[in-house]
Write a protein that binds this ligand. Structure first.
Ligand SMILES: [Zn+2]
Length: 175
């Protein structure tokens, strides 16, 4: 089994959005509303309670810090502070029941493979993609809405590069 980490939107970005109500790097006004869809919140990766949770919509580039070609799109976070999803917690349970697209990218942001999963079969497909060493990281998107949810990276890559994996969430600062 290939171990991997789940990279949610980092605390610095989420905090900046809540404070400024602007999209970092774009300046578009962020929009606050009661949730009309399940989301998820891109920071804690929990689904929203439709009709009661409050959320902020903003523009986010999921390639910021990892790729040269931006691919900005709309994402949501909880209106108030929440706990970032732990990188070592495995696939977010709240998302397992949704139809998801796994976009596997190689170096240079090249799309190597694209898989559609649903009904909890994300893990075996994820393992299959991670076996391919052309795959550098995977973007998970909602198949129905098309929006970016989070990124997956092999943990062993990091250890191989410098022997000191950023285990304290240090990776979040350049998202
Ligand atoms: Zn949240």
């Amino acid at each position: 089994m290939q171990s991997y980490r789940v990279v949610a939107v980092g605390d610095p970005i989420a905090s900046a959005v809540r404070k400024t109500l602007r999209s970092p790097g774009y300046g578009h006004p962020a929009h606050t509303e009661v949730a009309t869809g399940y989301g998820p919140c891109r920071q804690c990766l929990r689904t929203f309670v439709v009709g009661s949770d409050r959320r902020i919509l903003f523009t986010y580039d999921p390639f910021y810090g990892t790729g040269k070609l931006p691919l900005p799109g709309p994402v949501f976070i909880h209106e108030h502070d929440c706990q970032r999803y732990p990188e070592d917690a495995g696939f977010p349970v709240d998302l397992l029941s949704h139809r998801l697209t796994l976009n596997a990218y190689g170096r240079g942001q090249r799309l190597v493979a694209q898989s559609y999963v649903s009904n909890g079969d994300a893990e075996p497909e994820l393992q299959r993609l991670l076996q391919d060493h052309e795959v550098a990281y995977i973007h998970v998107r909602d198949t129905d809405a098309g929006c970016y949810d989070f990124r997956i990276e092999r943990t062993s890559d990091e250890e191989g590069v410098n022997g000191s994996a950023q285990s304290n969430g240090g990776g979040s600062s350049h998202e």
